[in-house]
Design a protein around this ligand. Structure first.
Ligand code: G3P
Ligand code: MG
Length: 241
């Protein structure tokens, strides 16, 4: 079964940082999931939250208390230099792709639009970064990586890549969306990964990956139900697979 290091080193310390990806690599993970969002000036950067303050704090402690009032997408890429995730910078998508390619890590790029109006722009920005890469790297990404989103419009510019639709629970009309985007996979929250939903997806020939699974017993149960991949915060789980 595929085991994906969720946000690199897992939710919490050093999530979505190059140092976090290194921790996952050193723990034995061959695949990593990370979140990409657009800054105010359209730069794709690796971050999870819409507001600052939980994982990225201002490097100036005097103003860190106001971080929770600052939206990620109100900041330009250069402003992000004034924030740190426990001492680590917020990486760009280009830096993160470079890390994964150099370490031979497979990636699930989760596109997080901060507003419906910028959903397609995010997909286009991700594509533009990939198109800057040498052709063999582009081909490698096309054949091995997965691009997912709760905001399906973000995946439209990435047709031809391996696409996954993200849901908490499987909605009734999921297959219309999956067919329209030619998505090969559904990524579900564990609470939605019950046998009926899994059967519905599997009968269409699509694969299922489940987030976020930190319990070894739960991982075994999902594996027995045919789940292809799990996203986990638990770095020690890599050794078991
Ligand atoms: O991509 C799977 C999982 O990361 C989705 O939830 O909120 O951790 O990005 P979240
Ligand atoms: Mg994510």
């Amino acid at each position: 079964m595929e085991l994906w290091a969720h946000r690199g080193s897992g939710k919490g310390a050093l999530e979505n940082t190059l140092k976090g990806f290194e921790i996952a690599f050193n723990a034995g993970f061959k695949a990593v999931e990370f979140d990409v969002m657009l800054t105010a000036d359209g730069a794709p950067m690796i971050h999870h939250d819409w507001v600052m303050g939980r994982c990225a704090r201002s490097i100036d402690p005097a103003i860190a208390s106001t971080d929770v009032l600052t939206r990620f997408d109100s900041l330009c890429a250069r402003d992000l230099r004034h924030f740190s995730v426990q001492g680590e910078p917020i990486p760009s998508l280009a830096q993160t792709i470079d890390f994964c390619l150099k370490h031979g890590m497979r990636a699930n790029v989760e596109l997080k639009a901060t507003h419906p109006a910028n959903a397609i722009a995010l997909g286009r920005a991700v594509l533009a970064v990939i198109e800057e890469l040498p052709l063999d790297a582009q081909e490698h990404i096309r054949s091995n990586w997965v691009f997912s989103s709760f905001y399906h419009a973000s995946l439209l510019p990435l047709q031809g890549f391996d696409l996954a639709l993200l849901y908490e629970q499987l909605p009734d009309n999921w297959v219309l969306h999956a067919d329209a985007l030619q998505a090969s996979a559904i990524h579900l929250h564990f609470s939605g990964a019950e046998p009926t939903a899994l059967r519905r997806i599997h009968t269409t020939g699509r694969v299922v990956r489940v987030y976020t699974v930190n319990d070894a017993e739960q991982a075994k149960t999902l594996q027995a139900l045919g789940v292809k991949g799990l996203f986990t915060d638990r770095m020690t789980l890599a050794a078991a697979y």
